[in-house]
Each structure stands twice: as structure tokens, then as C-alpha cells.
Write a protein that binds this ligand. Structure first.
Ligand SMILES: [Zn+2]
Length: 311
């Protein structure tokens, strides 16, 4: 288990009876909130949890993945504004609040050797400086739970790895009165999770479920790539499975709202929803840090925090 246990905090000291629970999800680009943990967020919104998505960059260098919108000059020229409008639609569908940190997308470098990252991009920022804004949001929103990506970024995009570093730095600094004194009153989020979008087991289960129904499986290629990656990275440890099948439609609708970034005929949409719900109806997480007691496996990001659990 990789959970780092922090000095214990009694949830009754930081949560008044009847007070809403608060979840913060830190993401690299607009659209990441809809492809990673979106059904979990929609579920918690419906339960009355306050959910704030923090988006590090504007996604200005995202490739246009929707074949129907490719090579359109009007889109390429206005991509920053278009991505803001797409984010507004996704936010409304999920029912979350959302803020921008205002950094510039680094783009996904491709080639051998890889080209240098563009000047001024998020991944080249100094981590301590770049964390200041997120510390401010942690101190004003006061999340009980924070989610982000693991040290590998979930997948190796420089902005995803930077998003991890900035979230860790902010999580560590948020309750330190000596750090960023101008950023508000210190606050200790109680838990930090890494999103586990895909795992070896999930890919295998979905692949086999598709084949069992006689459907062409898009996961065959993914299984191959995954085993290539597997040797290079720490395998995620799933500590927490959130039953989220009833919110998969909302997840897909939010993802489709990022119209320039999503191929509506792509991998995400080739797997029938009822098969997804049956074969793997959870969204999965790894508890990275905790200041409350809990036991594994969890089925709730707020396990150990909800006051009704304590009785
Ligand atoms: Zn991204």
C-alpha cells in the first residue's frame, strides 16, 4: 500500500453537523475532468457534495480529435475561447463549479528526439511559484478531499505530470501558515487521491466482455500498449472503488461537450454503456495521503470523514 498517513485529524474538528462535504478535483486541461472521475463527481453532486474542478491550463495546444471539426480555420483561430465554452457546457452537465489556474498548455511533444517544450508553458513553470494559486483555492474552498493524477501523470503528458507536482506541493503547503501567507487562512485537506482511470485489470475485463458479446474490442491495442508501459511505471494500487455506473451517461455527455477534443466514434464510445456498467461499474482511486482513519477497500472518497461514520 502506498498511502502516506498524516498526523490524524478528528473530522468533528473541521466539519460541523449538517455542513456540506467538499471535493476538489485538480486537472491539467479542460476535458480531463470529463474523462477522469466525471461519474464520481456527478454522483457526489447529486448527493449534495460541493464539487470544485480546478483546471491548470486553458488547453490551447490540444489536438482537434473530432474528425468532423478538423482543419476548420475558425476553430483553430479561436481555440482558447472555444475550449472555454466547451468547459462551460461540461461544467453545467456535471453540476460542478470550476476555476482556471491560467497556465498555458504545454502540448504533447512527439518525435524522436522529443522537441523542447514551448517557452512559457505550464510544464516549465517553477513548481513552488505555480502552486500559489492552487494553495489559494484550497484555502478558500476548503476541500475535505482532493483528487489528482499520480506521479506518472496517469499518462505521460508533461502537463499531467506537472499537475501532480503542483497538487502535491499545494496539498503540503495549504496548512502551513508560513507558506504563501497572502493566500488565505491555512486549511488541511483530509485526503488526497490519485485517479486510476485505467488499470491492467479493467482493460482485461472490458476486453473480455466485448469479445464475449461478439463485439470488436478496441482494447486489444490498449492491452498491448499497456504491457509495454507496465514495466516502466509503478502499477497503480486501487484502494477505493466508487460505484458510478448510474452516472456514466452524464460522464459521456460531459465528455461530448468538449466537442473539439473528442472523436464521437472513438474508443470511449465503442463500448456499449450497459456492458460498461455490468463489467466495470466503478471509478477507481488510490488513496495517496490521509489524515483520517479508514480501511480498505473503500467505496467512498469521504470514508472516515462523514460524521455519520463516526457513530
Ligand atoms: Zn489532459
Amino acid at each position: 500500500m502506498t498511502t502516506l498517513w498524516l498526523p490524524e485529524i478528528d473530522p468533528t474538528d473541521v466539519l460541523a453537523p449538517g455542513e456540506k462535504l467538499r471535493l476538489m478535483a485538480v486537472h491539467a486541461h479542460p476535458d480531463d475532468e470529463s474523462s477522469k472521475g466525471a461519474a464520481t463527481m456527478a454522483r457526489y453532486v447529486d448527493q449534495g457534495v460541493e464539487v470544485l474542478v480546478v483546471t491548470c491550463t486553458g488547453g490551447e495546444r490540444g489536438d482537434i480529435l473530432n474528425p468532423g471539426l478538423k482543419d476548420r480555420a475558425d476553430i483553430l483561430e479561436n481555440i482558447a475561447e472555444i475550449r472555454k465554452a466547451e468547459m462551460d457546457r461540461a461544467r453545467a452537465i456535471l453540476g460542478v463549479d470550476q476555476v482556471w489556474l491560467g497556465f498555458v498548455d504545454s502540448g504533447l511533444p512527439e518525435g524522436d528526439p522529443l522537441p523542447p517544450l514551448p517557452e512559457g508553458c505550464f510544464a516549465l513553470e517553477d513548481v513552488a511559484t505555480a502552486s500559489a494559486g492552487l494553495v489559494g483555492h484550497m484555502r478558500s474552498f476548503r476541500p475535505h478531499v482532493v483528487t489528482t493524477y499520480n506521479e506518472n501523470g496517469g499518462y505521460p503528458h508533461p502537463d499531467h505530470i506537472m499537475c501532480h507536482k503542483v497538487t502535491i506541493a499545494a496539498f503540503e503547503a495549504a496548512n502551513d501558515p508560513a507558506a504563501y501567507p497572502e493566500a488565505g487562512t491555512p486549511w488541511q485537506p483530509l485526503k488526497l487521491y490519485y485517479d486510476v482511470g485505467f488499470s491492467q485489470a479493467k482493460i482485461e475485463v472490458l476486453d473480455e466482455a466485448m469479445l464475449a458479446e461478439g463485439l470488436e474490442s478496441p482494447f486489444e491495442e490498449m492491452r498491448r500498449r499497456w504491457s509495454e508501459w507496465a514495466g516502466k511505471m509503478r502499477a497503480p494500487v486501487i484502494t477505493t472503488r466508487i460505484p458510478a455506473a448510474d452516472w456514466f451517461e452524464r460522464r459521456d455527455a460531459a465528455l461530448l461537450a468538449h466537442a473539439t477534443q473528442v472523436d464521437p466514434k472513438g474508443l470511449f464510445f465503442k463500448v456499449p454503456l450497459d456492458l460498461q456498467k455490468r463489467a466495470w461499474g466503478t471509478e477507481d482511486y488510490e488513496l495517496a495521503r490521509s489524515a483520517v482513519k479508514t480501511s480498505f477497500p473503500e467505496d467512498d472518497l469521504f470514508a472516515g470523514i462523514r460524521l455519520d461514520d463516526a457513530s
